[in-house]
Design a protein around this ligand. Sequence first.
Ligand SMILES: [Zn+2]
Length: 283
Amino acid sequence: MPELPEVETVRRGLAPVMEGQRIAHADVRREGLRWPFPERMAERLTGARIDRLRRRSKYILGDLDSGETMLIHLGMSGRMLISGTPLGKFHHDHPAPEKHDHVVLDMESGARITFNDARRFGAMDLFATGTDDAHPLLAKLGPEPLGNAFNEDHLVAALHGRNTPIKTALLDQHIVSGLGNIYVCEVLHRAGISPRRKAGRIAAGKVAALVPVIREVLAEAIASGGSSLKDYRQADGELGYFQHAFRVYDREGAPCPTPGCTGTVRRIVQSGRSSFYCPVCQR
Ligand SMILES: [Zn+2]
């Protein structure tokens, strides 16, 4: 499942062909994906200009000049494919539609953006611009981990008194939004905190120290183009590289990469998800 860095990588890949560009024609090829598409979605998209392409948590949001915002969620296997010659050329070079191409946006520039999703856990929606906080998928999200509202005070207060493992707490989207399983494993390893520790029993200083580690891990992953796991691809079809830099995720049995540590990476299951950690240097 694409996590925040992958979604941000896709957003950055789409921005040059979508921002400031008008949708000449939207082709909606099925009724919906995980949920039904909004009524008359193709008509509401056709002719609209995308003024801004932004991200909230794992959602890509396009503010349209029609007064609506287009929400895109990649879900488990969603991919955004770019084809065609952008910027004013009449030459079209689009591949034939494939089975799982569900929504096709032909931009006035000649570029084509195709939402392909084999497993159909993705989503698209339209809502009035400026009402993010009222949208069911966005309303209860905690602060962005790379934004100013996510800081030491917030995290210390949010974890205070919590009896859940720190791993589970950091996956709670009310506490911090967009942080997923892979990056929580990586963050806890760098911070030297066991995923099993009760969140409310970690010293405030150690909790505060998680904030810069979270930002650092996400920033590195975005800089290297997100991780390419299974169905995930960058918007231009390139693969991301961060999986090669995983220190513990999916590395069960490997020696711990912490300098001087003699531990071996272990895998346990917490709340139905795999946790990878070093029992020696993560306490
Ligand atoms: Zn270790």
